[in-house]
Each structure stands twice: as C-alpha cells, then as structure tokens.
Design a binder for this molecule. Structure first.
Ligand SMILES: *Cc1c(COP(=O)(O)O)cnc(C)c1O
Length: 457
C-alpha cells in the first residue's frame, strides 16, 4: 500500500536486514528516542509525512544543525546534505549573508500585519529580473501559492475545471490531491481521505507527455477548463523531464482554448536560473507559482502574472486571498538576502557546471559496469533512477519495484556520511556550498553503494 501523492510506503520501521556492507550502521540512539517522543505528540512522529523514513530503512534522523553543505544529527553523525531542506537551501545551510540580514531585521520586531519596505524590496528584486511576471503576491507556502493561483485562474476565466498531470505534485490543497483514474482522460480520484468527490470532479488528470490526451480533454470539456497546471520540470515523483516541444504544445493549446497555463515553479523557480523554467524554456505561462528558494529557508510562497491578471485579486479585484503573516518581514529579509546572491554574475553557470560534472562521472561509473542505473538531471537538480530507460517522462514509467534498490542505497549512503531525501521518488539538490571535496567524497560513497546494491544482481 502506498499513497500515490508522495509515494509514502507503509511499514518497515525497525525492520533492517543484516548489514553485510563492511560499514557499520550509523548510531541512531538519540534520534530514535526523540522519534519515540515525537510519535506521542505528532501523527507518525512528524509534521510532514515524507520525513518519517517510511520508504527507507531505520528511524528518521533528528537534525541538530547545518552549516554549508553539511548536516549533523542528534547522535553527532555528520553528513553531506543533498536534500537541502527539499530545495530551498540553494546557498547551503546557515548562509552568513542570510543569517545577518535575518538577525538585523528581527531586532525591529517580527510581524506587523501592515506593509513594510522589505516586501517592496523583494518584489522589486524579482520583478526587475523576471520578464514573465509583472505583479506578485506573497504568501507563506508553496501549497498556498498554488491554491491561490487556481482560484485566480477560475476567477479570471469564470470556469471551474482544472487539468493536472499524473506525476506532478502541487501541494496539498483539496482540488489538487487528485490522481488519475483509469482511461485516457479521467476525472480525478481523490488521493487523500477527506476530499469531497465533488471537488475531485472539477479536476481532470492526464499523463505527462501525451498530446492526444490533452486534445481529448479540451474537446470533451470545451470552454470549461480554467487552467492547466504543470510542474514544467516535474521533480516530485522522480525527475520527469519534459521536452520543450511538449511544453510549447501545452502553451499553444491553452491559448487556443482560452485556458490559463500555470507553471508551478515551487521547485524550479530560482533553481534552473533566476527566471526558473519559464526562462529556461523561454515559454511564458499565464501564472507562475513560487516557494522553496524564494524564502531563503523561511516560509514564503508567491504567485505572479501579468498586471492585468493579478489585478483580479482583492482588494482591487473580486478574487479573495489574504494572509496574517503574508509578506512577513523576517521571511522577506531572508528572501532578499538569498535572491541577491543568485543575481551575481555566473552564479547559475558555476552551480550547473558543478552539478553536471558530478552527475556525469556517476553516469560513467554506472555505465562502465552496466548497472541498471541512470542519473537524470537539469540545472542543479538530480535524480537517481534504477532503470535502463534513456528517458523517463511519465509517472507510469517508474517501476515501483526499483525502489527496493534505492532503499539499500540510501542506507549505504547514510553509513558513508551522505544524506539524500528519504525516498527514491525524491530528487537531490546541489547548493553553492557544495565544494570539490564534498563532491569527491560523495562520488566515492555513491560508487561503493552502487557496487553493494548491484552485488548480487
Ligand atoms: C514543494 C512543492 C509544493 C508545495 O509547497 P509547500 O511549501 O510544501 O506547501 C507545490 N508545488 C511544487 C512543485 C512543490 O515542489
């Protein structure tokens, strides 16, 4: 049994096969005892499900501190971190410029519920350097950004239905916790309890990379689809890289049908480049959502569009959206400090080159030994895939059985001081703080782990 939304497997806790790798398992005494306590406070001991280590061996590690590319857990184990808080930390942990700016800001109070100059400053930084949006609204999470963007699209088009893709994650708002049923074009089935069937019926779900399915959907629901939402770089269910021609097709079919195209750039925004995937592919969506990197490690989300579309939002327009802590000054300060660094000349070139070199040498290693293993990557995002397919563009192409291999690899990597997100469906991130020594060490650990995983293939 697994939840298809974030592919959380049940069970396994405590059930570690005997270690035959020659490296002892890391000690987890303190983490395990914190986890025991946490389980009495929080459902499953966590405040976000994938953290519970249900898809890998052992109990979750409780983190004590991070610095640069490194993490330390409660038992004093040290790791090179490739999870980077699931993407926000493009400058690594505890970046001095962000920390200083946050401390300076916090001296003057933490929240006012009134406008501050810091909101202008972050907005200006973004809008002046991003030709795809003219106005923006700050919220406090990616989920909130996407939920608001969907409402905006419905308000603008006066239509109800939204179309999403199997294998894309857009946060946990009701109308998007919906997965494909059977058939080419389906109304979604809810992928969480607690969502009225009527909500799921407003969401159409199709496969990625399937033009026929899209055409059929637009014929079947003519003049009813308010928005098509996609992660232009789907990175929440493996890394399902799409071809530019397909994204352009999506752009065109939306335009032809009066449907708004939403790029959910909560991961890809400020990651592939300052202008995110829109800039990378040079395709202009109607609405873009941001999260993760935009807040420099503090809770910020945002959505942006043309001034005309954004002026449908209250208080000028009739689409209501609000937030007590929206545009929080401390969070804005962290965002300003982080995004300012990203605008430095050559920032993305260096980060992306570093990543390419890293993943390319892993690819060469695996290919030389004919391991059924690929590394897919774009910018500073990578995904380890236990497959021999040259490209994986749809969720259906991922073999769930291959996750057993990831599980083994995850354990071996932890034992060698490498921290990856605790699920084979999650991507890894490289930050500006990862240096040559880190990446060399990580490569060696990855090579050793692959050899063990494929020992008795
Ligand atoms: C992380 C993510 C979200 C949800 O953001 P939260 O801040 O976790 O609510 C939405 N869309 C995409 C593409 C994401 O990666």
């Amino acid at each position: 049994m697994f939840d298809s939304i974030k592919k959380i497997f049940a069970g396994n806790e405590g059930d570690m096969p005997v270690n035959t790798s020659g490296k002892p398992d890391i000690s987890r005494e303190k983490s395990a005892s914190l986890y025991e306590k946490a389980k009495s406070y929080f459902p499953g001991g966590v405040n976000s499900p994938v953290r519970a280590f249900k898809s890998v061996y052992g109990t979750p590690l409780f983190i004590e501190k991070g610095d640069g590319s490194h993490l330390w857990d409660a038992d004093g184990n040290e790791f090179i971190d490739f999870c980077c808080s699931w993407g926000p930390l493009i400058l690594g942990h505890n970046n001095a410029r962000i920390k200083d700016k946050v401390i300076e800001t916090i001296q003057h109070g933490m929240s006012f519920g009134a406008p501050t100059a810091l909101e202008n400053e972050l907005a200006e930084l973004i809008l002046k350097n991003n030709k795809f949006i003219e106005k923006i609204r700050f919220v406090s999470s990616g989920t909130e950004a996407v939920m608001s963007a969907i409402r905006l699209a419905r308000g603008v088009t006066k239509r109800d239905k939204v179309l999403k893709f199997e294998g894309c994650y857009h946060g946990h708002s009701d109308s998007l916790l919906v997965k494909a049923g059977s058939g080419l074009v389906t109304f979604g089935e809810t992928s969480s309890a607690g969502i009225p069937k009527a909500f799921a019926e407003e969401t159409i779900v199709v496969s990625l990379n399937d033009r026929e399915a899209l055409k059929t959907a637009f014929e079947e629901f003519k003049d009813q689809i308010a928005a098509v939402i996609i992660e232009p770089v789907p990175a929440n269910n493996g890394l399902l890289l799409q071809e530019k021609e397909y994204l352009q097709f999506l752009r065109d079919i939306c335009t032809q049908n009066g449907t708004l195209l939403i790029f959910d750039e909560v991961i890809s925004g400020f990651r592939l480049g300052f202008e995110g995937a829109a800039g990378y592919y040079q395709i202009k969506p109607d609405i873009i959502t941001y999260g993760k990197i935009i807040g420099g490690g503090l809770p910020v989300g945002a959505y942006g569009a043309s001034a005309e579309i954004m002026d449908h939002i209250s208080p000028v327009g009739s689409v209501y959206q609000a937030g007590t802590l929206s545009g929080n000054p401390v969070a804005m300060a962290a965002g300003i400090a982080q995004l300012s660094e990203l605008l430095r000349m050559g920032f993305y070139r260096d980060l992306n080159n570093k990543t390419e070199e890293f993943v390319e040498s892993i690819r060469r290693f695996a290919a030389a030994r004919s391991y059924k293993f690929k590394v897919f990557s774009i910018g500073s995002i990578f995904w380890f895939a236990f497959t021999d397919k040259a490209a994986v563009r749809t969720a259906e192409e991922i073999d769930p059985a291959s996750m057993e291999k990831f599980k083994k690899m995850h354990r071996e990597l932890l034992n060698r001081g490498i921290y990856l997100g605790p699920s084979g469906y999650e991507v890894g991130f490289i930050s500006a703080a990862h240096n040559k020594i880190d990446l060399e060490k990580a490569k060696r650990a990855i090579f050793e782990s692959l050899d063990l995983v494929f020992k008795d293939r």
